[in-house]
Structures are given as C-alpha cells and as structure tokens.
Design a protein around this ligand. Sequence first.
Ligand SMILES: C[S@@+](CC[C@H](N)C(=O)[O-])C[C@H]1O[C@@H](n2cnc3c(N)ncnc32)[C@H](O)[C@@H]1O
Length: 290
Amino acid sequence: MKSQDKSQVRNFYDSVGWKLEADNFYQNARYEDLRPVSSEYIHRCHLRVNRHLRRKGRFLLDAGSGPVQYPEYLTYSAEYDYRVCADISILALLEARKRLGNKGLYVVADVSYLPFKTDTFDSVVSLHTLHHLPKDDQKRAYRDIFRVMMPGAAAVIVNGWPTSIFMNRMSRLVGLMERFMGMFKHEQKVETPVPAKDSEMVSSTPAVTGTFTERMDAATIRVELPELTIDIRVWRSVSVRFLRAVIHPWLGGKLWLKLIYRLEERDPHHYGLIGQYPMILIEKPKGSSS
Ligand SMILES: C[S@@+](CC[C@H](N)C(=O)[O-])C[C@H]1O[C@@H](n2cnc3c(N)ncnc32)[C@H](O)[C@@H]1O
C-alpha cells in the first residue's frame, strides 16, 4: 500500500507536477497565488526560513526539493558549498539542476529513508513534502532528518496543518467573496491560471491535488515524536484560497497583507499554531549525535 502511494506521488510529479506549461510555470505553481498583489507578502514568508538556518556551511539538504522552483529558495543555500537535493521525482531533480548546476548534488531518494551518513548536514529544509507520506513514514522522515543533521544544525520543515483555526474563522468571508467574485467571473481578467481545486482549503476537507496526502496536527507531531525538541512558528498564516478570494488590489489587498504579516511577526508562535502553514523547527543540540 505504502509503495503504491509513493509511486503514485512520483508518477504525478514526473508526468504532471513538474511539467512546464505554456506560460513557463510548472503545473505545481497552480497551487500558489502568483498575482502581483500577493507577491510581497509571499516573498517575505519564503525568506522567514533563512532566520532559522545556519547561514554558511558545506552541505544543506533539501528533502523533497522539487525543482527549487522559487528564487527565494536559492537564498537558503547561497553561502553553502553544496545543496543536496533529494526527491523521488527524477524530473524534479533534472529541473533543479537547471537552477543550481554544479552547486547541486542530486539524489533520487525517499525522504523517510535518507541515504546519507548520520551527522552530515549543516542545515535541512523540507518544504511542502512530508504531507505526501503516510503518517508512519512522516514520523520516520522527521527522525531521519534529525539523524542526518550535524550536532548544532537546524531543520526547517514547512507543511500545511490539516485544518486552520484562523482560516476557519475567515471561511464565511471567503465564501461571501467567492460568491461576489463569481458574479463578475466572465468580466474578470484572469492574472494567473487557477487550479481546478485549491490545494489547501479553509476547512478540513482533504486536499484534491491528484496525489496522496496526509497531514498531522501539532499535537500529534509532539506526541508521536517526543524525542525531538520542536518549535512551531508561523511560515504563512493564510491559505491560497483566502488570498484569491479576499485579497485584491481594488480592496487594499497589499495593505491587508502588510497587516497580517505584522501580526504574524508580533506573535509567530500563535500564528504558527492557528494559521494554515507552520514552520516546524528542529535543532540538534551541540554535543549530541543520533
Ligand atoms: C509539493 S512538491 C514541493 C517541492 C518543493 N519543496 C517546493 O516547495 O516547491 C513535493 C515534492 O516532494 C517530492 N516527494 C513526495 N514524496 C516524496 C518522498 N517520499 N521522498 C522524496 N520526495 C518526495 C515530490 O516528488 C515533489 O517534488
């Protein structure tokens, strides 16, 4: 069953997710809000990851790297000798090589069975990947990421929660705005293509992404992985569905996003728990080893 899930995920990314479409975006980018009105907020959220990584080092592991699709992702390894991209999709790695060239090392691997020596990496990132694994393998992946970290290293894992208290509170507004926007559907100029389904909904409805997904909540992560010291902070508290429905230039969208960002900065732990996307931060204490 598990290997079927994984080969389904791999096939999806090899044949759909990492295919470049006519406008030069990957199919996978349809799950992001690429409109100019949201770009500054999204850019600043991407850069949050840097705060928790070692700035320099020899090896940074990107577990489930995909093609390293956004320019901000390159900043994580800017001062590293090598970025090790591990992914089950060969197409992801071929595309990543176009961006990283010789700075990248490319390994077809399952993130729950990392083929690396213990205590190897100065930093680890894993972005929007672990939710593709069944729960037991997710736990394995967390432990394996910890194992390959050097003592003193940090890992930043970004994944959506199964449900978000903040987004649930906004669901009525989102519904109203969607209905309102629907009335003008034919007259609107579509700035970026919209996927058939948003990958993360404001309710706990399972995501329809064409791939297997399973999401763990904060309590489960802490209970199931008691040996790891985990800090949870906000990566981005709003969903793509919220952005598309509520944030528009003609409604002061940039200002609203500045306000949301400021709130997130003021209380990153709170918004990490109630928002849509947390950063799960793991540190390996100096002097310890797996
Ligand atoms: C949503 S994409 C995210 C890619 C990239 N991290 C990003 O944020 O753009 C998920 C990636 O995880 C990879 N993936 C899924 N399951 C995996 C597994 N068990 N081991 C390694 N990679 C996996 C997929 O092939 C895909 O490239």
